[in-house]
Write a protein that binds this ligand. Structure first.
Ligand SMILES: Cc1cc2nc3c(=O)[nH]c(=O)nc-3n(C[C@H](O)[C@H](O)[C@H](O)COP(=O)(O)O)c2cc1C
Length: 345
């Protein structure tokens, strides 16, 4: 299946991946884990990097900017049986870019080369990929060189989100660079940005010739999107979306998995944002979302939804309803003088 669940911090943990897996086949990648946290045996990092025993392939996203740290972390994780590692080189957040990490790093080509060479040394046999944005901003695009360097350094795939770091989630993703990169590289290019239903994904693959698609916000509160994708990519019509009765059963299952993984105190906290996404677009739910983001138990969560009839159909407008990440651009925070040269100092 040419479908990948996008790594999403606070979302694509083991419980969410298990839930999505129950709907269809795809590559389900973990949320971003710090390579340094792996080396330092950080308890929280290791918990987030853990998998339910039946999960295969075990796929993890790392962030790192120091080659030695990445090499060692990749080696440790490989020894632990991780089957796919993705490196996040597209993160737009200040904490990473201001110190030359995330989406700032690919601007320095030699540094990028060293980092990816170390990544490969740490995991010589593993499936390795990188995830990038178009660049820092419109005047400092990096996707062409980054794709080429990734291929030279032995990466197995490149996932490209068609926005710059300055764009955050503003406007529409630009898929033209995804088409161009797909045509210019021998390794698979996976396209990412604004895929909200299965037909969006198929259309983009046909338009751009990319080898696969990465699904982000489209599956928030809609894990059954993977069932629709699997059907469409196997030549069948996607099944209809669940009605609210079926969605309640999905929420119960999701809640139970979160409780199992995070425990009785943290589990319900994690459920809060998902519960709000599940109800998005259903009539008469605006008033409960304020309460859903404060729930302390799964029962409290389901009780708040009792007034929604089980036979209430999934509203088509909910497919593209904004879940998470509003519009708005940013000025990307960078180390002093970062843009002066594309090479390492
Ligand atoms: C809540 C949230 C968390 C995210 N966390 C990560 C992350 O940890 N690593 C990463 O590479 N991208 C992360 N992203 C970006 C997504 O992987 C994806 O590239 C982006 O949402 C664009 O795809 P979409 O339009 O399908 O949502 C995150 C996005 C969201 C909405």
């Amino acid at each position: 299946m040419p479908v990948v669940l996008a790594p999403m911090a606070g979302v694509t943990n083991a419980p969410y991946r298990a839930l999505c897996r129950s709907f269809g086949q795809a590559l389900y990648v973990s949320e971003m884990i710090s390579a340094r946290g792996v080396l330092e045996n950080n308890k929280k990092t290791l918990h987030l990097a853990s998998f339910f025993p039946d999960e295969h392939p075990k796929s993890l996203q790392l962030f790192a900017k120091e080659p030695q740290v990445l090499e060692k972390a990749a080696r440790i994780l490989t020894d632990q049986g991780i089957e796919h590692l993705d490196l996040n080189l597209g993160c737009p957040v200040r904490k990473l870019t201001a110190t030359g990490g995330g989406s700032a790093l690919p601007y320095k080509q030699r540094r990028l080369k060293r980092l990816l060479a170390a990544f490969r040394r740490g995991a010589p046999q593993q499936n390795l990929s990188i995830k990038i944005r178009l660049g820092i901003d419109e005047d400092h695009l990096t996707w062409r060189e980054t794709g080429r360097i990734a291929q030279e350094e032995g990466m197995d795939a490149v996932a490209l989100h068609g926005r710059t770091a300055a764009q955050l989630y503003d406007g529409e993703a630009d898929w033209d660079p995804i088409a161009e990169l797909s045509a210019s590289l021998r390794i698979p290019v996976l396209g990412n940005g604004d895929l909200f239903d299965a037909s969006d994904a198929l259309l983009r693959m046909r338009q751009t010739g990319c080898a696969g698609v990465v699904i982000g916000r489209g599956c928030l509160g809609r894990p059954w999107l993977f069932r629709e994708l699997e059907a469409l990519f196997s030549g069948h019509s996607p099944p209809p979306p669940p009605n609210f009765g079926e969605i309640k059963a999905i929420i119960r299952r999701h809640g139970e998995l979160l409780l199992q993984f995070f425990g009785p105190e943290l589990g319900p906290r994690h459920l809060r944002k998902f519960a709000a996404w599940y109800t998005k677009g259903f009539p008469g739910t605006n008033h409960i979302r304020d309460q859903l983001v404060r729930i302390k138990s799964l029962e409290e969560c389901l009780a708040l939804m009792e007034h929604i009839p089980d036979d209430c159909p999934f509203p088509p407008r909910a497919i593209r309803a904004k879940r998470c990440k509003k519009g708005g651009r940013q000025r990307v925070a960078l180390p002093p003088g970062w843009l002066d040269s594309r090479e390492c100092e």
